[in-house]
Write a protein that binds this ligand. Structure first.
Ligand SMILES: [Zn+2]
Length: 355
């Protein structure tokens, strides 16, 4: 989809505004008028912040998907295992509830996967319900009844389980998918002097995949050329290849020219985060800041589609700021990108060594 933002108008904007209003966001006196004005932008930013997305006030593919998913209330539709997997906040509430009750349903990510079906059937057996793996009003009601009994529920410390399970402890044989972000018509951010992010990401992807292959890993590079690929097309392709580790490569940007340094991201939403993702992302950002002498901006939990959709382990890497007056121009130098690739490799090695 083409991103929708400030100044856009039409049916799609009405749809966005209607969804925001249903979620309780204030759109000003004008309401859902089909005009993407300041109130709509503020509401979108707040929505993005709450859901751990990039708070840019623009509705791209990821934010649109989250808006749709946020609209699903528990019990409004039947939930069950099908392909493609059902997604939404109703699935998320189901997972949270089952998880609190001690049923192992895998990552709490709003996706109805096979592990969730097993947990649902387990719960139904325990509650004396029909063992059909289908969650409708009856199962939700049973889950709610239990909620009233149990009040002392530990939150925010959910172990990782199948999300983040890595079968190998060394690079030989490790399956790594690499997505150099943007490409084609999607340029990413631009540095002064015209250097665009899509080229740097690609150079880093090529360099890193060469290093990984030399170390015995098998690599799936999502693009080795300047082509346009949709966000969800990327995660689907990576997921279908079944990697042990997925890396999404970006370079950061900021309106403030002072921003510099390396950062990484792993999957998390307001209720769950991947422990293994955090560890892996931590080793990578450590290596980047140490070896390149860049400020350490640490690792953060985010709900980006690239992190949520690709299992079992996905890390987004942002080695530097393209907009920084010193860091930016250095990125045009292939040697500097080569050093970034080596640092990422060292980060992965350090992570695997301590699994
Ligand atoms: Zn980017």
């Amino acid at each position: 989809m083409r991103p929708v933002g400030r100044g856009n108008r039409g049916k799609q904007v009405v749809d966005i505004q209607t969804r925001l209003a249903a979620l309780g966001f204030f759109l000003g006196r004008e309401g859902a008028d089909g005009m993407f004005g300041p109130h709509t932008e503020v509401a979108i930013r707040e929505f993005q912040q709450r859901r751990l997305l990039v708070a840019d006030g623009v509705v791209g593919e990821n934010t649109w998907t989250e808006l749709v998913e946020a609209g699903y209330k528990p019990g409004e539709r039947l939930l069950y295992l099908r392909v493609p997997f059902m997604r939404g906040d109703d699935v998320l509430s189901l997972q949270r509830r089952l998880d609190e009750l001690g049923f192992d349903c895998g990552p709490v990510d709003g996706i109805f996967n096979p592990a969730l079906e097993v947990a649902v059937t387990d719960f139904q057996r325990n509650a004396g319900l029909n063992l059909d793996g289908i969650v409708g009003e009856t199962t939700f009601a049973a889950l709610r009844r239990l909620q009233k009994v149990q009040t002392d529920v530990p939150a925010g410390n959910i172990p990782d389980r199948m999300n983040g399970y890595v079968g190998r402890r060394a690079l030989p044989g490790l399956r790594v998918s690499i997505d150099p972000a943007h490409g084609g018509t999607e340029v990413g951010t631009m540095a002064r002097g015209g250097l665009s992010e899509k080229y740097i990401n690609l150079k880093l992807g090529l360099s890193l995949s060469r290093l990984l292959r030399e170390s015995g890993a098998s690599v799936y590079l999502l693009r080795d050329d300047d082509v346009t690929i949709g966000q969800y097309e990327r995660v689907e392709a990576a997921g279908a290849w079944e990697p042990d580790l997925h890396l999404c490569l970006h370079h950061n940007s900021c309106a403030s020219l002072k921003a510099e340094g390396a950062a990484t991201y792993y999957f998390g939403n307001p209720f769950y985060s991947s422990e293994t993702g955090k560890r892996c992302a931590g080793y990578i950002v450590d290596a980047l800041s140490r070896e390149l002498g860049r400020p350490d901006l640490h690792t953060h939990a985010r709900n980006y589609s690239s992190l949520r959709e690709v299992k079992p382990l996905s890390v987004r890497v942002e080695p530097g700021f393209i907009t920084h007056p010193e860091e930016g121009p250095r990125l045009a130098d292939p040697t500097e990108i080569g050093r970034e690739a080596v640092a990422v490799l060292h980060g992965i090695e350090a992570f695997l060594a301590r699994l």
